[in-house]
Design a protein around this ligand. Structure first.
Ligand code: AMP
Length: 602
């Protein structure tokens, strides 16, 4: 649909990478991947105009990995990113794609991290360096980073590097790379200065632009929900319950794995739901679609490719649970509803950093997409009560009520209560397992979404320090990117706490609009852990990691199990997930402490 290329195998990637991609659950290349990967594999220079959410990271990461010679423990590729979190994110992505390449090392280097640690890591040898320009420049100057073996240089989010005042550093680095190497430049926009850099340093670059063809999507009501303060799954079920004229839905996610996970979760919540993905053979796919048609299923969770061409008139809703890669995919997805002259509804979930894609879709479809207010608990309760009343009303007309009316009269007499109380007791029995009221609280209203994505695109993970200028009022902002020592606020917020630390995972992340300070505040308040003893915090999309002193008393961990951040239960548990690729994360020194007044001596 969005790309003629059906599989990563068609792009010339080797079996180790193909297996890793299958394990992660990527089904087909996104359009930018389909176009960029062959060009980069062939060794051409490339200009890719793509924003976050299009899959651009894998578009350059996969060809890099394909070309790495793991036997040579020297940097063969350098990726420059504007911020430290993007460096970490890209390094993590590389690590996950390189699952089948034993001995592969990627190293993120960025300002604010100790040189001693970085020097140690550099001397151990890394195949790919992902770094912020200032720190890469420092290492080149000190000759602690050697690019003699460099095969590829990637400039990621070049326009952001320009906006943040790093373009001179980038050029300085470009001047010092070996003459013979491939360069790929990715940028969401192409300001004049970036164009000039491309002309100067790239050799006959191929240019790839993800087209955003305009299209009409007239008869469909389109709304978006800004992901914030609540898990997407909880929001989804609230929305589906309250939507008028809901009949059936197709929910779009990005990976095969996600189709199965979401189908399981929705089934557990009582929905007739099933996954539809490329792992199903034709017969199984047809069966799922037949079941959706007949009403045996109400919800199908699909990837783009698997849902291609589905024509089921009763699909009243399409939910873009994960935002699509481009407008073409969006238009195709929402075209699954509003068929055969019926009304259609399209709901789009947009994380704060995906707002640029939302605006692109609006421009391409020439229609504004209205914000959707998440139904409140009261809305859901009212809807359930209305449904319950309707059911009772139906039964009131049924035959055979006399027998039960007699029983009600007996109960009423035996317990000396009115018939209303007996009826209330019966209602309580009837709703067992399907309560009329939902638990939990309403989330705080989302922070307003900016008209453009610049500010919202990628909220910082480790405090706001990357984006704060070091010198106020200079003609070119310099960002706190190079210094060895954290600034005062950072020391307050993210020190190296003393003692052994344990990493935990919590169920709130960027998608909930959560910032580092929210997590620190909640943990400090609820568990009585002074903020200086809270270690590193890593924000991911749907979850986060937080390092806390080892040996946490049960009282504190119980308090944290009940803690909420921006209204969402955090569900703190030891992190068994992916290893953090964010460099050295060890803390040295004596054991850090909990407030004694709360937990007593330990
Ligand atoms: P990016 O635009 O590189 O920031 O990627 C956005 C998101 O899309 C990330 O969560 C990726 O893991 C995911 N992603 C990238 N490529 C694919 C693919 N071919 N199939 C499914 N998900 C993908």
């Amino acid at each position: 649909m969005t790309s003629p290329v059906e599989s990563f195998a068609d792009l010339g990637l080797g079996s180790a990478l193909l297996k890793a991609l299958a394990d992660i659950g990527y089904e087909t290349p996104s359009p930018i991947q389909a176009q960029c990967i062959p060009i980069l594999l062939e060794g051409h220079d490339l200009i890719g105009m793509a924003q976050t959410g299009t899959g651009k990271t894998a578009a350059f990461a996969l060809p890099l990995l394909e070309k790495i010679d793991v036997k040579i423990s020297k940097p063969q590729a350098l990726i420059l990113t504007p911020t430290r979190e993007l460096a970490i994110q890209v390094a993590e992505a590389l690590q996950s794609y390189a699952h089948g390449l034993p001995g592969f090392h990627v190293l993120p280097i960025y300002g604010g991290q100790s040189y001693t640690i970085q020097l140690k890591q550099l001397s151990r040898g890394a195949h790919i360096i992902v770094g912020t320009p200032g720190r890469v420049m420092d290492h080149l100057e000190r000759k602690t980073l050697n690019l003699d073996n460099l095969k590829t240089l990637v400039l990621d989010e070049a326009d952001e590097m320009l906006r943040m005042g790093f373009i001179d550093d980038v050029e300085w680095i470009l001047e010092r790379t070996p003459a013979e190497h491939q360069t790929a430049l990715f940028s969401a926009t192409m300001p004049e200065q970036i164009r000039r850099v491309a002309q100067k340093y790239l050799v006959e670059p191929r240019e790839i632009k993800i087209k955003s063809a305009t299209a009409t999507v007239a008869a469909i009501r389109q709304v978006y929900w800004q992901v914030s303060g609540m898990h997407k799954l909880d929001a989804l079920t609230r929305i589906l319950e309250v939507e008028e004229d809901f009949d059936a839905a197709i929910i779009f996610v990005r990976t095969k794995t996600a189709t199965v996970e979401l189908a399981d979760k929705l089934s557990a919540r009582g929905y007739a739901a099933a996954a539809l993905n490329g792992d199903l053979n034709q017969q199984m796919r047809e069966r799922v679609i037949e079941q959706l048609k007949s009403g045996a299923l109400d919800i199908v969770i699909a990837t783009d490719v698997a849902a291609r061409g589905i024509d089921v008139p009763r699909v009243s809703h399409v939910v873009n649970y994960d935002i699509p890669y481009d407008t073409e995919a969006y238009v195709h997805r929402i075209g699954r509803t509003g068929r055969a002259g019926r009304n259609g509804n399209a709901i789009l979930f947009v994380a704060p950093r995906e707002v640029r894609m939302l605006r692109t879709i609006e421009r391409a479809t020439r229609q504004p997409i209205a914000p959707l207010t998440l139904p409140s608990r009261a809305d859901v309760t009212n809807k359930r009560v209305a449904g319950f009343k309707e059911k009772v009303a139906e039964v009131l007309n049924a035959e055979g009520l006399d027998f039960f009316a007699n029983i009600v009269a007996q109960i009423s007499e035996e317990h000396n209560v009115g018939p209303e109380e007996v009826a209330a007791a019966l209602c309580l029995m009837a709703q067992e397992g399907k309560p009329l009221q939902i638990a939990g609280e309403d989330p705080a209203p989302p922070r307003p979404m900016p008209a453009d994505s610049r500010d919202a695109r990628r909220p910082t993970s480790f405090g706001d320090r990357e984006r704060k200028p070091r010198f106020e009022g200079g003609d070119r902002p310099r960002f706190e990117e190079r210094g060895d020592k954290p600034r005062f606020e950072d020391k307050q917020r993210r020190p190296a706490p003393a003692g052994d630390m344990v990493r935990y995972r919590i169920d709130v992340g960027r998608d909930h609009g959560v910032q580092v300070k929210d997590i620190v505040g909640a943990i400090a308040n609820e568990a009585g852990i002074e903020s200086r003893f809270i270690g590193r915090i890593g924000l991911y999309d749907e979850s986060s990691t937080v390092e806390l002193p080892a040996g946490m008393p049960a009282e504190a961990s119980n308090a944290l199990k009940r803690t909420r951040v921006r209204g969402v239960p955090i569900n703190l548990r030891p992190d068994e997930g992916r290893p953090d690729a964010g460099g050295e994360r060890k803390f040295e020194g004596d054991r850090g402490g909990f407030k004694k007044k709360k937990f007593g001596d330990r």
